[in-house]
Design a binder for this molecule. Structure first.
Ligand SMILES: Cc1cc2nc3c(=O)[nH]c(=O)nc-3n(C[C@H](O)[C@H](O)[C@H](O)COP(=O)(O)OP(=O)(O)OC[C@H]3O[C@@H](n4cnc5c(N)ncnc54)[C@H](O)[C@@H]3O)c2cc1C
Length: 400
C-alpha cells in the first residue's frame, strides 16, 4: 500500500499593471513555478501604443537573457557602441564612453517590446492575462505585486506616500530623421535648461529626449514641423541635423519620487509604482527591471521552499531601497550640477569632465555603475552566467 503525499499548490501572485514592469514580473514569477494573474484595465492595443524608446543597460540584458526574452528582442534592438557626453557651456571637452567589445547599451522601441512581452504572457504556462479588466479588489493570493506606474492607486490605498519633488523641467520626446550622426553613437548633451539625449534607432532615425522648462516643452510640441526642426537643430551638437519628424513630439512633467516603503503586508511596489526619476542617464526602466530581478530571486527561493512567502515583501523591500535611492540621488545630482550657468558649478563641471576625459579607469567605473546598477544583483535564477553572444561580452560586464 502506497502513501499519498499531498503536493502543496504552487505559490500564487496577482500582478496589477501590464506595462513593461508588470509583464516582466509576471514572466519571472511564472518562470520559477508561481501561478500568476496579470491584470490591466487597458486593452492590449493601447498598452503597445505609447511613443517611447528605452535605453537598455547590461543589468537589463542579464535579466532578459535569463528569462529567455533577449533572443526575441534582438532583431529590434539597436546597439550603440559609443556614448558622447557633452557640456559646451562649461567649455569642457566631450567625453567618450565605450565598453571594450560590448555595446554601451541598446535602444528599444516600446511597441515591439510590448508585443513580445504580451505574446509571452499569453503563452507562458502559469500566467493568466486579464487585459481590459481592473484587478479584483480581493482575491486569495499569496502575493500582490503592484506595477501600476507612477500614479499607482494601490500605493495610496496601502497608505504609502510618494516622497520627492517635481522638477521645474519637463521632457519632450520625439523621433526624428537625423543627418550627420556617426553610426551607433548616442549623445547626452548638458544644456543650461536641461539635458538632451539623442538615442540612435538605426537607419538615421533617432529618439530625442529633450528636457527643459515644462512650458517650453509644450510650446515646442505645438510648433509646426519646420520651426520645430529648426529649434531642435539649434540645441543639438554641431554636425547633427534633424531633417524630418517621424513620430510627433510629446511632453510630460518629470519628477524624482520614491515610495515611503516598498512593501506592506502581502503587497509590494515594483517599477514606477515605487520610484520615478529624471530621464537623464536613461535609468528609468532599467531600475524598474532591477526590481523585477530581485523579486524573481526572492520568489525562486520561496518556490524552492528555502524561504517563507510571508517574509518575501519585506525582504524585497530591504534589498531594493538602496539601489532605488542611490539611482534617484545620482540622477538628481546630475540635474542640479549640469542644468545651470552658475560659475562655480561650471568650474566643477569642467573639472569633472576634464578628469573623465583623461582617466579611462574613471570612465569605465562610471559606465559600469550606470550599466549594472549601484548595488550588485547577484546571480539570477535563470543562470545568465552563460557567456553573452559575440559583441556583448567585455571583462567589465562578465558578472555583476
Ligand atoms: C509620458 C511618459 C513618457 C515616457 N517616455 C519615455 C521614453 O521615451 N523613454 C524612457 O526610457 N522612458 C520613458 N518614460 C518612463 C517609462 O515609461 C517608465 O520607466 C516605464 O513605463 C515604467 O514601466 P512600468 O511598467 O513600471 O509603468 P507603466 O509603463 O506606467 O505601466 C503601468 C501599467 O499599469 C496599468 N495600471 C494603472 N492603474 C492600474 C490599476 N489600478 N490596476 C491595474 N493596472 C493599472 C496601466 O494601464 C499601465 O499599463 C516615460 C514616462 C511617461 C509617463
Amino acid at each position: 500500500m502506497g502513501f499519498f503525499v499531498p503536493v502543496p499548490p504552487p505559490p500564487s501572485a496577482l500582478v496589477s499593471g501590464a506595462g513593461p514592469t508588470g509583464c516582466v514580473a509576471a514572466l519571472a514569477l511564472a518562470a520559477c513555478g508561481w501561478r500568476v494573474h496579470l491584470y490591466d484595465p487597458a486593452p492590449a492595443q493601447s498598452l503597445g501604443q505609447r511613443a517611447r524608446a528605452y535605453a537598455l543597460t547590461h543589468s537589463t540584458r542579464r535579466l532578459m537573457q535569463s528569462l529567455g526574452l533577449w533572443e526575441g528582442l534582438l532583431p529590434q534592438l539597436q546597439p550603440f557602441q559609443r556614448l558622447v557626453m557633452s557640456d559646451r557651456w562649461a567649455g569642457a571637452p566631450d567625453v567618450l564612453f565605450t565598453a571594450a567589445d560590448a555595446p554601451v547599451g541598446w535602444i528599444l522601441d516600446h511597441r515591439p517590446l510590448m508585443e513580445l512581452l504580451l505574446q509571452r504572457c499569453r503563452s507562458a504556462p502559469g500566467v493568466h492575462l486579464h487585459l481590459g479588466e481592473p484587478d479584483p479588489p480581493t482575491q486569495s493570493v499569496g502575493l500582490r505585486v503592484h506595477c501600476e506606474g507612477g500614479r499607482s492607486p494601490a500605493r495610496s490605498d496601502l497608505g504609502i506616500g510618494f516622497v520627492g519633488w517635481d522638477y521645474r523641467q519637463g521632457c519632450l520626446t520625439c523621433q526624428v530623421q537625423l543627418e550627420g550622426a556617426a553610426p551607433a553613437t548616442a549623445w547626452e548633451v548638458f544644456r543650461p535648461e536641461g539635458p538632451l539625449a539623442v538615442l540612435p534607432l538605426g537607419e538615421g532615425r533617432a529618439q530625442v529626449v529633450w528636457s527643459g522648462p515644462l512650458e517650453a516643452c509644450r510650446q515646442r510640441q505645438a510648433l509646426a514641423e519646420a520651426p520645430f526642426l529648426e529649434a531642435l537643430g539649434a540645441a543639438l551638437p554641431a554636425g547633427l541635423r534633424p531633417s524630418r519628424v517621424l513620430e510627433p513630439a510629446a511632453s510630460f512633467p518629470v519628477a524624482c519620487r520614491l515610495a515611503g516603503r516598498l512593501a506592506r503586508g502581502r503587497a509590494l511596489l515594483c517599477g514606477e509604482s515605487a520610484h520615478r526619476c529624471h530621464p537623464v542617464g536613461g535609468q528609468g526602466l532599467n531600475l524598474c527591471w532591477r526590481d523585477v530581478a530581485v523579486l524573481w530571486q526572492e520568489a525562486a527561493a520561496v518556490a524552492a521552499g528555502e524561504r517563507s512567502l510571508q517574509r518575501l515583501p519585506r525582504r524585497y523591500a530591504r534589498r531594493r531601497w538602496v539601489d532605488a535611492l542611490l539611482t534617484l540621488a545620482a540622477t538628481d545630482l546630475l540635474i542640479r550640477l549640469f542644468s545651470n550657468r552658475w560659475l562655480p558649478l561650471l568650474l566643477v563641471r569642467q573639472l569633472i569632465l576634464r578628469t573623465l576625459s583623461l582617466a579611462a579607469p574613471l570612465r569605465t567605473l562610471a559606465l559600469a555603475a550606470a550599466s549594472q546598477g549601484l548595488v550588485p544583483l547577484g546571480t539570477l535564477p535563470g543562470g545568465i552566467d552563460r557567456a553573452p553572444s559575440r559583441g556583448e561580452q567585455s571583462p567589465l560586464f562578465r558578472r555583476a
